[in-house]
Design a protein around this ligand. Sequence first.
Ligand SMILES: Nc1ncnc2c1ncn2[C@@H]1O[C@H](COP(=O)(O)OP(=O)(O)OP(=O)(O)O)[C@@H](O)[C@H]1O
Ligand code: SF4
Ligand SMILES: [Mg+2]
Length: 363
Amino acid sequence: MTLLEVKDLKVSFPTADGVVRAVRGVSFTVDAGRTLGIVGESGSGKSVMTQTLLGLTPGGEISGSAVFDGVDLLTLGEDEMRKVRGAQISVIFQDPLTSMHPLYRVGWQISELIRAHDKSVSKREARERSIDLLRRVGIPRPETRVDDYPHQFSGGMRQRAIIAMALALSPKLIIADEPTTALDATVQAQILDLLLELQRESDTALIMITHDMGVVADIADDVMVMYAGRAAERAGKDDIFYAPHHPYTKGLLESIPNSSAGGDRLKPITGQPPSLIRLPSGCKFHPRCGYVMDRCLSEEPTLRPVGDDGYHVSACWLPTAAAGLSEQAEEIRKKTVRAERSEASEQIAEEIAAAPESEGSVI
Ligand SMILES: Nc1ncnc2c1ncn2[C@@H]1O[C@H](COP(=O)(O)OP(=O)(O)OP(=O)(O)O)[C@@H](O)[C@H]1O
Ligand code: SF4
Ligand SMILES: [Mg+2]
């Protein structure tokens, strides 16, 4: 069952330097009980997009629709939105310290959240529920830990407590924005396991925003790769990892250490993400794309099906047969590129090939 359907979402911010086009027409759906992984370099619009769904982008010019459980979130006023936030959709941010008030006890903060949404719950009941929630997310001795202040918790425990808060009102959707970036690898794996376990128990939908393809590999069902405020590619996880079509997705896979796509080096994608005020012409990835062709300089590709299932879509002019990491796919890409290049695109390709990898951005 589709829980959230986002259609052609656009968000721009007028600034003194010009209009920042942070989200330029993104569409996706999330079903109950499923996890959508959203990946892309810094500045690709991941956070703005999801914050807009929750009315957290003041000053942004917004268009499109985002129907959640039958209601278009983009039409809600602040009061109505407050009822959705936390109770139906909750968010887990990267830094647990900014999500918790340092001067209030952990348990009190969870209890207050519960009581703010349901006045009939007594203080005692709310405290009991907070202890239960802390136990559920794996905090040891929750009966005493409930009275700790956030700084008495380790980073991993704070993030667990944030997850407890996110679960407090049994939301239908959890949006996790880089929830594990600040944590070491072991704690990160524990937190991801925990999220998956809780999701299975309660059929919650999850949107996981991350820079880390490893995290996507671990937990996503579907993946949307974002570039310059748009989806470059969207597919089920296996297609993203084994049959990527968009050269940017391929680049992300190659930047995973030890991946089969990239050998044993950390391989950056050459160049930097574009300015969202002065976007390049044509395909926004063309100044960094090793497969750049003539039409890429003037025509922006839109998403089109590139697989058999109709769900796998990519915004790239390369032929659909170019999907994949095999030698054969690479031959098709090279052959197409040879046929579709003249001087202008040839020159860009040469500059990309000559650029030192160290100048690339590693996500
Ligand atoms: N209020 C605002 N006014 C102007 N520009 C903004 C505003 N909020 C965000 N932006 C810009 O929108 C773009 C997208 O930002 P966003 O935070 O969504 O990126 P992101 O993909 O989440 O990146 P990261 O991976 O670094 O978190 C950035 O260029 C950012 O500077
Ligand atoms: S459209 Fe062209 S520039 Fe853009 S990703 Fe595809 S090949 Fe590269
Ligand atoms: Mg972000």
